[in-house]
Design a protein around this ligand. Structure first.
Ligand SMILES: NC(=O)CC[C@H](N)C(=O)O
Length: 374
């Protein structure tokens, strides 16, 4: 294969499968769990989503990069955070696409290629992403590496030399070091294991002051100043967040205090684990902005998702929670609720970013509950 103006490279899977293509971004070796997203756009948001730490993201949409990269200086007023970014930098370990296109958009300040170069993240294009997806869908997620063409032979050794995705603590790389506050209004504590900015944007828009507490700190310290708790998203195996960062203890404390609780994705998994449920690793997860969820009244919503683990529905603590949402395609559990205690817990991302706004009303419900706290 001839790569015009860039180096030949490949994605090598841990079973030895090789997908040859061309580098863009930073031409370097990168190793991670290979996952795919079916979203058609929203790559600035997806690439900066801290929940992707440790993963090489394959995007199924055939052409990527056509609207370039928006400015970080476009700020969301209530939170003070950038509008189109989900954290301060790219979090994926690598980005695999079919075709990289030149940007043409009024809001673009640089190309996708340039952005990845600036952040030292490798990209690979001119590969058959459909083939990668078919393989992962049939066989499950795998570890893999993006390597230059002359290092294909040694790639398997490199992959086996690094710890597997499920065993690594990625939270330490994305959680804040000190508490950070955003917005004005009633204060809510957000357990931050690598929160997506979109969650903070939605909360501050509803008149809440969001105090981001580094994952691992006790909420007891803040109990006098807060009126609600958010258990947010985050990367990696939820068992690490539970065991090393004791988020399950924070979840139980939040329930004991009687705070309204909103838990999202990793937060949803941890809340359920805290009350006895079991978590499992899915074959290839749900990642995209076109995922259906159905509530128990049979209303269907299209939502944004990024998760590789899920809660076994039959293990949910039914004295505490009612099943709330299911994925109608594969029957995975997508949410639990306790209306009396004002606990709203979803596996999907109501903030979208990127994705449809169908379920942003969940933030309205939570904000209302917080404002009703005496
Ligand atoms: N977006 C998230 O919070 C992801 C949660 C968890 N790391 C998973 O993959 O299931």
């Amino acid at each position: 294969m001839k790569c015009k103006g860039s180096e030949e490279a490949a994605l090598v899977l841990e079973d030895g499968t090789v997908f040859r293509g061309c580098y863009f971004g930073e031409p370097r070796v990168s190793i991670g769990e290979i996952v795919f997203t079916t979203t058609m756009n929203g790559y600035p948001e997806s690439l900066t989503d801290p929940s992707y730490k440790g993963q090489i993201l394959v995007m199924t949409h055939p052409m990527v990069g056509n609207y370039g990269v928006p400015s970080k200086n476009l700020i969301h007023k209530p939170s003070g955070l950038p509008l189109h970014y989900e954290s301060d930098s790219i979090k994926v370990e690598g980005f695999v696409i079919s075709r990289l296109t030149k940007p043409s958009h009024w809001s673009s300040v640089m190309s996708l290629d340039e952005w990845l170069k600036r952040e030292s993240i490798p990209g690979l294009h001119f590969v058959d992403t459909r083939m990668i997806v078919k393989k992962i869908r049939e066989e499950g997620v795998k570890m893999g590496a993006i390597v230059p063409a002359d290092e294909i032979e040694s790639a398997l050794g490199k992959i086996s030399n690094v710890p597997r995705y499920d065993e690594v603590d990625y939270i330490s790389q994305v959680k804040p070091k000190v508490p950070i506050a955003h917005g004005e209004g009633e204060t809510v504590a957000l357990i931050d294991c690598g929160v997506k900015y979109g969650i903070v944007r939605e909360l501050t828009e509803r008149g809440l002051r969001v105090l981001r507490i580094p994952c691992g700190e006790k909420i007891e310290k803040f109990s006098d100043e807060i009126k609600g708790v958010i258990l947010a998203n985050g990367p990696g195996n939820p068992k690490i967040a539970a065991e090393r960062y004791k988020v399950t203890e924070a979840a139980r404390a939040a329930v004991e205090y009687g705070f309204p609780i909103l838990s999202i994705c990793l937060g949803h998994q941890l809340l359920n684990i805290a009350f006895g449920a079991q978590v499992y690793k899915m074959k290839y997860g749900h990642r995209g902005v076109n995922k259906p969820v159905k509530d128990t009244d049979s209303k269907c919503y299209i939502v944004s998702e990024n998760h590789g683990y899920a809660i076994k529905p039959e293990t949910v603590n039914r004295r505490m929670f009612k099943h709330w949402f299911f994925n109608p395609d594969d029957r995975t559990l997508e949410g639990v609720v306790n209306y009396e205690k004002k606990i709203f817990s979803v596996q999907f991302h109501p903030e979208s970013s990127p994705g449809p706004h169908d379920t942003r009303w969940i933030f309205d419900m939570f904000a209302k509950a917080v404002k009703e706290v005496k």
